[in-house]
Design a protein around this ligand. Structure first.
Ligand SMILES: Cc1cc2nc3c(=O)[nH]c(=O)nc-3n(C[C@H](O)[C@H](O)[C@H](O)COP(=O)(O)O)c2cc1C
Length: 240
C-alpha cells in the first residue's frame, strides 16, 4: 500500500542516529476485536476497591509481575518516573498504619477536610481507622520521581511526572485485578511521612499507596453506580 504520509518516521537521519525496530503488532479480525473489548470491559467492571483484606499471604512474584506490567506504561520522554516500594514486613506495615492513622485522624476528626469533601466520602464510610494496612499481606507505595537522580550525583528533568505515574498506577491496579488480587487506592493525606519511613531519596514523592491481597471472605463494598457511556464520552463531529 502506498504510504498516506508525506514525512516518514523515522526519517533517514533519525534512523541513522538512534536505533529503531519494527513494531510487532497483532491485528485482529473485527469480530475478535469486539470480543476482546467486551471481555476486558466485563473484567474491568468486576474490579472493586476493598477495605477489608484477608491476611492470606501473596507471593512476591505476583507483586513483581504487576510492577513490571505497570512499568510498561507510556511516560513523558520515556523517563518512567516511578518507583514501586513493596512492604510485607509486619513492623514496617505497623509503622505505616500508625502514621497514616495519625494523618487521617487530623483529617477526619480535626476538620482538615471541608464539608464538601466529607459529604462526598459519606457513602464510602471511610474514617481514620486503617487496620487493613497491617492485615493486608503487602503494601506497595508508588513514588513519583520529580527528577532523575543519576548515580554520579547529577540530576535530569523528568517530564509529565504526574500523568505518567498516574497511568502506571492504573495499569498496576488492572494487572492486580487481572491476576486475581484486590487492592485499595489509598491516599492518606499528606503522605510525606512515607518517604521518611521508607527511607526514600529526596527526588521521590509518595503518589499513592496500595494495600494488596485477597478480600476478607464476605467483605462488602459500597453499592456504587458507575457513569454511563453518554456521561463520559462525547464525539465532536463538527468544528465548534
Ligand atoms: C486517587 C485516588 C485516591 C483514593 N484515596 C482513597 C483513600 O484514601 N481511602 C479510600 O478508602 N479510598 C480511596 N480511593 C478509592 C475510591 O474511593 C474508589 O476508587 C471509588 O469509591 C470507586 O470505587 P471502586 O474503586 O470500587 O470502583 C481513592 C481512589 C483514587 C483513584
Amino acid at each position: 500500500m502506498e504510504s498516506p504520509y508525506e514525512h516518514s518516521y523515522p526519517s533517514p537521519e533519525l534512523a541513522a542516529a538512534h536505533p529503531f525496530v519494527e513494531y510487532a503488532f497483532d491485528r485482529y479480525a473485527d469480530d475478535e476485536m469486539l470480543e476482546r473489548a467486551l471481555a476486558f470491559r466485563e473484567e474491568s467492571e468486576r474490579r472493586r476497591s476493598i477495605r477489608l483484606f484477608s491476611p492470606d499471604p501473596v507471593p512476591r512474584e505476583l507483586i513483581e509481575q504487576a510492577v513490571m506490567a505497570a512499568s510498561t506504561a507510556p511516560s513523558g520522554a520515556h523517563k518512567q518516573p516511578w518507583t514501586f516500594v513493596g512492604v510485607r514486613d509486619p513492623e514496617v506495615k505497623a509503622a505505616i498504619r500508625a502514621a497514616a492513622e495519625e494523618e487521617e485522624r487530623v483529617n477526619y476528626l480535626e476538620n482538615r477536610m471541608n464539608e464538601e469533601w466529607l459529604e462526598a466520602l459519606a457513602p464510602l464510610g471511610t474514617d481514620h481507622h486503617k487496620e487493613f494496612l497491617e492485615v493486608a499481606p503487602w503494601i506497595v507505595v508508588l513514588f513519583e520521581q520529580r527528577f532523575e537522580q543519576r548515580p554520579d550525583g547529577s540530576t535530569r528533568k523528568n517530564y509529565y511526572v504526574k500523568e505518567s505515574t498516574g497511568i502506571a498506577a492504573g495499569m498496576f491496579i488492572t494487572a492486580l485485578h487481572r491476576m486475581g488480587l484486590a487492592t485499595l487506592t489509598h491516599t492518606p493525606s499528606p503522605m510525606v511521612f512515607l518517604r521518611r519511613l521508607l527511607g526514600r531519596p529526596d527526588n521521590e514523592r509518595p503518589f499513592v499507596m496500595f494495600p494488596i491481597g485477597f478480600p476478607l471472605e464476605g467483605t462488602r463494598v459500597p453499592d456504587l453506580r458507575r457513569k454511563q457511556l453518554d456521561e463520559v464520552f462525547v464525539e465532536v463531529d463538527r468544528l465548534a
